[in-house]
Structures are given as C-alpha cells and as structure tokens.
Design a protein around this ligand. Structure first.
Ligand SMILES: Cc1cc2nc3c(=O)[nH]c(=O)nc-3n(C[C@H](O)[C@H](O)[C@H](O)COP(=O)(O)OP(=O)(O)OC[C@H]3O[C@@H](n4cnc5c(N)ncnc54)[C@H](O)[C@@H]3O)c2cc1C
Ligand SMILES: NC(=O)c1ccc[n+]([C@@H]2O[C@H](COP(=O)([O-])OP(=O)(O)OC[C@H]3O[C@@H](n4cnc5c(N)ncnc54)[C@H](O)[C@@H]3O)[C@@H](O)[C@H]2O)c1
Length: 481
C-alpha cells in the first residue's frame, strides 16, 4: 500500500534499483521504487538481455561448425524470424509484469510515475495521468536513473533518424544494410549480431575497436568481424550524414561515401539526470553523479546514487554490486550500526576501482577484468605480462577445431599478485570469474600454483599463464646475472 513516508526512496526502477530496495527491505526498512517506464530498466528490455538473445543463435551455429562431425549436421542457415521471436520471449514482449510480481513479493512499494527530487529528502512523483504525490524519505533517497545514448553533433546525424541501441535490440525487421558509428562494446556486439543475420554491416570507428582493452582484443575482433563479412573502417571520421530516399548517406573523411538503410549510433552514454530535480538540492541537471565508495554523494548524509548514473562502471553486474552495498549501508546508518568503510569492507564498492569484470559477446568473446598492461603501468605499478595462445591448451583443441584465442595476465611484480586478465576466444566469458576471484582475493602467484585446473578444460590457460610468468621471471633473473 502506498504511503507518503518511506525509509528509503529510490528514483528509477531498473535492475540496479531493485537490488537497493531488496536489501533495504531485508534490513527491516520500508522502501519505495519509482519507475516511469518498465520495471527492470534498460538491461532487461533494451540492452543486456535482448542483445545477447540476438547474438546467441549465430554463435551456437558457429560453435557446431567448428567441430568436425557436428559441422556436418548444420546444413541450414540462421532463421532470423525465429531469433527475433526468441528475443521477444526473453524480453516478455516488453511487458514488465514478471518483475512487478517479484517487487510485490518482496514487500517493496512500486510507484509508477516520474520521480524528481523536491528538496532535502523530498521526492515528487508525477503519474501518467498528471497527478502528483510528494513523498518524504526518513533515511535516504537513491538516484538510480541510468543513462541514455549520446548522439554526436556530426552534421546531419541527429536529423537522419539514427538508430540507438534500443532500436538495434528491439528490431522487428532486419535492414539489408546497416552502418554503425562507434568502436566500443555496443558497436562491436551489434556488428556481430547483424553480420550473423546476413545484413551488410559497415562499422565506422574513429580509432580502433575496444580501445579500452588490451590491444590484441580489438585486433582479433576486427579480423573476426571482417571474416564474418562486415566492413570495418578504423581511424575513420564521418563528416556528414543525410537521409535520402535510397537510404542514409555517410560522408567519410578521405574515403568513399557509405549508403545504408539505417545508421546505428553507438558512441557512448550520458547520464539520465536532466529531469531528476537535481537543482532543488544544489546539483546540476545533466551531470553524472559521482559518489564516495559507500555510494553517497559528497556533502550529503541522505543522498546516494547507484548504477550507470554514477559513471563508475556502466555494467549491470557492477551496478547491482553497488546496489547491494548501498542497501546494506543505508540500513547500517539508519540503525546506528558500525559502517565498515575501509577498502574491501562490507559497505564500500572497492571492486569498482580494482576488479571490474566485463564480457563483450562478440565472436570471439572478449573477457577482461582489472587493469590492462597500459593502465597498470600508467598507475605506477611495476608489472610483468604473461601472454599465451589459448589455442595451445588441450581443452581448446578438443573444444573447437582451429580454436583461436589469446590470453594475457598482468602481474604486480612487487606484491606478486594478479592485477588484470584478458581472455579472447570462443566462450571465454565463463572463464573470467576465476580471474576476478584471484584479483579481489589478492591471491599470491605462488599460491595460485596450487589452484590446479581440470584437464582437459580451457581453464588450463591458468596453468600456462603461470608457467609463462615463471619462465619470464627466470629469463629476466638470468639476464641480470
Ligand atoms: C545495447 C547494450 C547492451 C548492454 N549489455 C550489457 C551486458 O551484456 N552486460 C552488462 O553488464 N551490461 C550491459 N549493458 C549496460 C547495462 O545495460 C547498464 O549498465 C544497466 O542497464 C544500468 O542499469 P541502471 O539500473 O543503472 O540503469 P537503467 O537500466 O537505465 O535503469 C534506470 C531506470 O530508471 C528509470 N527512470 C529514469 N529516470 C526516472 C525518473 N525520473 N523517474 C522514474 N523512473 C526513472 C528508467 O525508466 C529505467 O527503468 C548494455 C548496455 C547497452 C546499451
Ligand atoms: N557486454 C557488455 O558488457 C556490454 C555491452 C554493451 C554495452 N555495455 C556498456 O554500455 C556502455 C555503452 O556502450 P557504448 O559502446 O555506447 O560505449 P563505449 O564507451 O564502449 O564506446 C563508445 C565508442 O564510440 C566512439 N565515439 C565516441 N564519440 C564519438 C564520436 N563523436 N564520433 C565517432 N565515434 C565516437 C568511441 O571512440 C568508442 O569507440 C559501455 O560503457 C559498456 O560498458 C556493456
């Protein structure tokens, strides 16, 4: 039942916000979740789930095609209509009833409408019929409103009816020709999905692909996209975009123009904070909301933010991690309990700085966690790097004929702990958690030797990376003698 006062009020009802509310309620507090669109947010309906649903079927076919004996059984092509039907099923036809049922079952109050701060601990909710309700938070307000795609100011782009990630993931009829602007995660995943549908994909990146990761990741994804039939233009600028009767025309600096049926803009995100009432508490609308590690905004004892809107790590799992922490810390502060805010304590999101795992579901997959070699050196660590071709691991040989993969482990030589791991190859995403555990646990390299991977699994890559590291160290010591 809706009331006007709650312990915790959460503006936004995405996957991240749901976790804040759940923890608050489990801790004995009352919580209101305010959502103006679909409960479950971007991830459930327009991002993680539908994008992976679009990617998985072609991946399954290619997996079978890489195993002699199974390949012979794959005689048809992808049934794109069926892929879209399965995607529709996984997003519940954009109906959030199952999430609403879950919210109801937890004791959280769901309030449908647009939420805006209206001064200290006050939130105004405007319902679809225009009626408003003023709510008061006894303990905390949490802003969890997510992010929106950025449309760059390239001349003509905004007026050419560009697709954003929402259009790409909710597509009902796959276009014949798709141009993609951007070289990040959305661009590479959608290029993979649409190339798999048989669409003519032209990806235009102003630098390389996946440039925040180890260089070999972007290089391998570039090669693979080209093998899948996509055109990949690197270090290329689009100077003008225009929609005409025969499609969208892209002018390319120093190159031939591109014509496509649709253009997908995948050039990053901006915070969804234009209309959240930030000005009523002295903050600037449209800004990201940086927080301390307990997810509280500096200068406030009642205002928190979680998820994309904080700009800490724009990933569902990392947002949910922050959410679990903020739920717990609000409960602790409300009860006057001790707050464990030392690094890696129960009430701080330390992993956001040290160990953010990410799987990019391209083919090959890119799985990364922690620091790249370049980032580790820039941060002042003395590092050694162990590289290994995953295709040499017995488990990979059995798994797929001609398995192509590459792994890198970045080690802090002073503390002899792992700082980062990047794996590129078919299905490497599920190997990543071992690396995350090693980094978060700061497991000494000498102890990792005792974590024996099963034979013949691809996880033997761990043994090979350790052996490579050991050999490198030995060679360096001999050279010093
Ligand atoms: C194409 C794509 C694929 C992705 N794939 C992955 C993936 O595979 N894995 C991964 O970890 N991450 C992925 N991400 C990132 C992931 O989607 C986001 O990090 C995640 O959705 C952020 O969650 P959030 O709760 O912070 O924001 P959102 O999911 O955007 O939720 C915010 C909610 O707040 C609501 N809201 C906003 N303002 C108000 C208001 N004033 N009043 C009421 N309600 C409001 C919105 O309607 C929304 O429901 C992907 C992103 C994209 C674009
Ligand atoms: N599998 C996953 O985990 C997954 C999948 C999709 C998205 N996401 C998350 O969603 C977020 C958004 O993804 P994204 O791909 O939009 O952003 P991104 O930050 O990954 O990539 C943005 C790309 O756009 C390019 N770019 C920026 N401005 C440009 C301009 N004016 N002209 C041309 N190119 C420009 C950048 O060089 C970069 O290549 C990411 O932070 C990512 O973590 C995660």
């Amino acid at each position: 039942m809706q009331r006007s006062e709650y312990d915790v009020i959460i503006i936004g009802g995405g996957a991240v916000a749901e976790n804040v509310a759940e923890r608050a309620v489990q801790g004995g507090l009352s919580a209101a979740l305010i959502e103006h669109e679909l409960v479950g947010g971007e991830c459930s309906f327009w991002a993680c789930i539908p994008s992976k649903a679009l990617l998985r079927p072609a991946q399954s076919i290619r997996e079978a095609q890489a195993v002699e004996g199974a390949a012979e059984a794959v005689t048809g092509t992808l049934d794109v209509e069926a892929v879209l039907r399965r995607r529709d099923r996984l997003v519940y036809d954009w109906n959030d009833q199952s999430q609403v049922d879950w919210v109801d079952s937890t004791g959280i109050d769901l309030i449908r409408g647009h939420g805006e701060l209206a001064g200290e601990k006050q939130v105004n909710v405007t319902a679809a019929d225009g009626s408003t309700t003023l709510l008061t938070a006894r303990a905390a307000v949490v802003v969890s409103t997510g992010s929106d795609p950025v449309i760059p100011d390239t001349p003509g782009l905004a007026d050419s009816a560009p697709w954003t990630s929402r259009d790409a993931t909710s597509v009902k009829k796959v276009p014949k020709r798709l141009a993609i602007l951007g070289g990040g995660v959305v661009a590479t995943e959608m290029a993979t999905a649409y190339a798999g549908f048989g669409c003519e994909v032209t990806l235009v990146a102003r630098h390389g692909l996946l440039t925040a990761m180890e260089p070999f990741a972007g290089e391998m994804v570039t090669d693979a996209l080209r093998e899948q039939g996509a055109t990949v233009l690197l270090n290329t600028n689009v100077t003008k975009v225009e929609r005409a009767a025969d499609g969208v025309h892209l002018d390319i600096e120093g190159g031939d123009p591109i014509v496509a049926d649709e253009i997908l803009v995948a050039t990053g995100r901006k915070p969804r904070t234009e209309a959240v009432g930030l000005e009523t508490v002295g903050l600037k609308p449209g800004d990201w909301l940086p927080t301390d590690d307990t997810m509280r905004l500096p200068g406030f004892d009642w205002l928190y933010a979680v998820g994309d809107v904080t700009h800490r790590a724009l990933l569902t799992h990392q947002g949910k991690y922050q959410a679990r922490i903020v739920g717990e810390v609000i409960v602790a502060r409300a009860n006057g309990d001790e707050v464990f805010d030392e690094p890696w304590g129960a009430h701080v999101a330390t992993a956001d700085h040290e160990a953010v795992p990410q799987v990019t579901f391209t083919e090959p997959e890119v799985a990364s966690v922690g620091l790249t070699e370049a980032a580790a050196r820039a941060a002042g660590y003395t590092v050694s790097v162990a590289d290994y071709d995953i295709g040499w691991v017995a488990g990979a040989v059995v798994r797929a004929d001609g398995y192509k993969g590459q792994a890198r482990m970045v080690v802090d030589d002073d503390r002899r702990v792992v700082l980062g791991v990047t794996l590129v190859g078919p299905d490497v995403g599920d190997l990543l958690h071992a690396a995350t555990t090693a980094i978060v646990g700061q497991v000494p390299i000498d102890r990792l030797w005792h974590a024996v991977p099963s034979y013949p699994t691809v996880s033997e890559i761990w043994l090979r990376l350790l052996e490579t590291y050991r050999l490198n160290m030995r060679k360096a010591a001999q050279a010093d003698r």
